[in-house]
Design a protein. Sequence first.
Length: 550
Amino acid sequence: MTCPVCRAEIPTGSAFCPACGNPSPTVITNERAAPSPAPTAVPTAERLARALGAKYQVKRLVGRGGFAEVYELWDQDLDRRLACKVLHPEIAWTPGMLTRFRQEAKALARLQHPAILPIHFTGDGEGLVYYVMPFVEGESLADALRRRGSFSPDEALRIAEPILQALSHAHAQGLVHRDIKPDNVMLEAKTGRALLVDFGIAKLLDPTTGTKGAMTATGFTVGTVQYMSPEQALGQPNLDGRSDLYAFGAMLFQMVTGAPPYDGNSSAEIVGKHLTDPIPVASDVNARIPRWLSDTIVKCLAKQPDWRFQTADDVLATLARGRAAGSPKLVGAATVERQVRSSGEVRSRSRRLGWWVAGGLAVAAAGLLLARRAGFLGTGVAFVHNALVEPVEILARGTPIDTVRPEGTARLALRGARRADLRWRLIRPGSPPIGELLQGPLPEFRPLRGRQVARIVAELEGQSYFAPLVTNTSATAITIEVNPGTRAAARCNCVVPKGGVRTHVGYYRLYRNSVVAAYNNAHPYVGPHADREGFAARVAPSSGAVVITF
């Protein structure tokens, strides 16, 4: 990687040029920004196959995570599928770290619980460190949340209770997970059962355990900031099971509302909210969440460990009492009518008439309540549709209240704010973010299928914007420059890898003579380059998207 300003070489993984201080170009993938991979002569799959030996066949790459790649294996002796997590090769493993890794893995092998995915064995070789576990046919809870948004309280509890039972088993043996999050919960396709994975792996990656500092020597943060307990964020040593219960509470909050309890534009901002912001109440976000469940989540999210539930069994007992106390279902109009009609035999005609009048009023009141909650009546809710190809953040009086996915519609509970107080802000791709920052007041609310909906499109204050989705079919990685033909020309300071398909590089102002240029990344902004122009007529009017191929 070379600096686009001074042409000096930038070390792999560096955020800034060591010569001039310019931010390092962001390498963009189809899903998220990632540092440029270290050049490797032999692919990881081949190195893993040599490390495992002839007994195991490496079938395919299943996915990538924050600290590992997952490969599917075939155990040729026992005819079974396995999964192998290969920790990122750039981790600087020392002999002492490897010894400790093996010792911790032995401790984890003691965990025998149906909701904990066990580790079969660990190994190292060919410059790789890995561990092997059963292969689960299904999806992660994170994938399920991205697909469906949220779960009903009953569905969420069917997933949450086995996880709590697994934590109770592990905590009784003195083992703390340290990274409870939706990505570490697998939902088996055939049975639907929830499985907790990667138990203790965050600790295995942390050679500084027992010392101050939450950042490991490998460069990975122990834990995930959206679910990290305050004491873990502060780097306190000797975390106990109550830290896992905090993360569990954050995960359960997301399961029933569709979003984590705290979010922000940076890790530091999110950690600050965990430390100082009031605890959000799930039932205020979604009125269908029973209050007892919302109160349970609030206690899990207490700032001080002593204020939380002290054990996972305490949480399980509270959930059981809440379920036994009554049904969490709302009373709808049809239910009200049935209750009125079956309330008893009415002897006199006048009394029957009185009951029917009361029933009609109850039905009408329930219908009005449901209509208001659905956004057909009143001003307590607002619907926002995001027509853009990037997510947008909704703010009320400067405070973020929700995120609307691309081509998605969100129902916002205003909670005292007015529709006029709402603004939107584009969440730009890349790290650091690339493209122009778009933000402004919500557009005018217009009727759509009986609802009042504000529709966010690729136009702001009369200026149209476009989002080039870059497909790179060239033989090398390319750097992109967007020139709308005005002073707004912008280099995205990004790299689209070879083979990238419809890669997002942000939004830019659109004019008839707008041009997108691609340069060979080895010689950025000098020498031969390719221009794409004349695409203004092909830009989608609502989303601003246009596919540009190099």
